[in-house]
Write a protein of this length. Structure first.
Length: 156
């Protein structure tokens, strides 16, 4: 019998690789086979981070049902919410926030709201900002330089 929790030399598990590849059917089968989705690889990435990075909402939904911790961060502070924000997938961002992803966490000195405010593409900037604010993102959280989202946006 194959070990569904085997990892490669980078610490990536089978379910992580399936999530990263947006292989929803494979993720579903691995979850049914009790694959452990609560592990991190050598970089500190989680299965949910890889799913969010892939942009596949179906895989993200499956992992949300498995009740993964959305607020685990890489050593530099990146969470699944940041990966979702990078894809611009509003549905995914909303789903993570509804499942209690922290909208006020800092990665590289920026909150998700600060990153949204810095986007030059108005098509994704405004909707992402609204989604984050509706999820109680705090516009007064300061980064390491003491700057709030308004200061960051004004300086771009």
């Amino acid at each position: 019998k194959a070990d569904v929790n085997a990892t490669n030399t980078k610490g990536e598990s089978v379910v992580m690789l399936a999530a990263e590849g947006a292989k929803a059917d494979a993720v579903k089968q691995l979850l049914a086979s009790k694959a452990n989705v609560h592990v991190t690889d050598a970089k500190g990435y989680t299965t949910m981070m890889m799913a969010a990075k892939s942009g596949c909402m179906e895989v993200v939904s499956q992992l949300l049902k498995a009740r993964v911790d959305l607020n685990i961060a890489t050593p530099d502070g990146e969470t699944a919410l940041f990966f979702a924000e990078d894809t611009g997938n509003q549905q995914m961002i909303k789903a993570l926030l509804q499942a209690k992803a922290d909208p006020n966490t800092l990665h590289a000195g920026l909150t998700p709201l600060m990153r949204a405010a810095m986007q030059t593409d108005q098509q994704s900037q405004v909707p992402t900002s609204k989604v984050l604010l509706n999820a109680k993102a705090d516009p007064n959280v300061a980064n390491e330089q003491g700057e709030t989202v308004l200061m960051v946006a004004a300086g771009r």
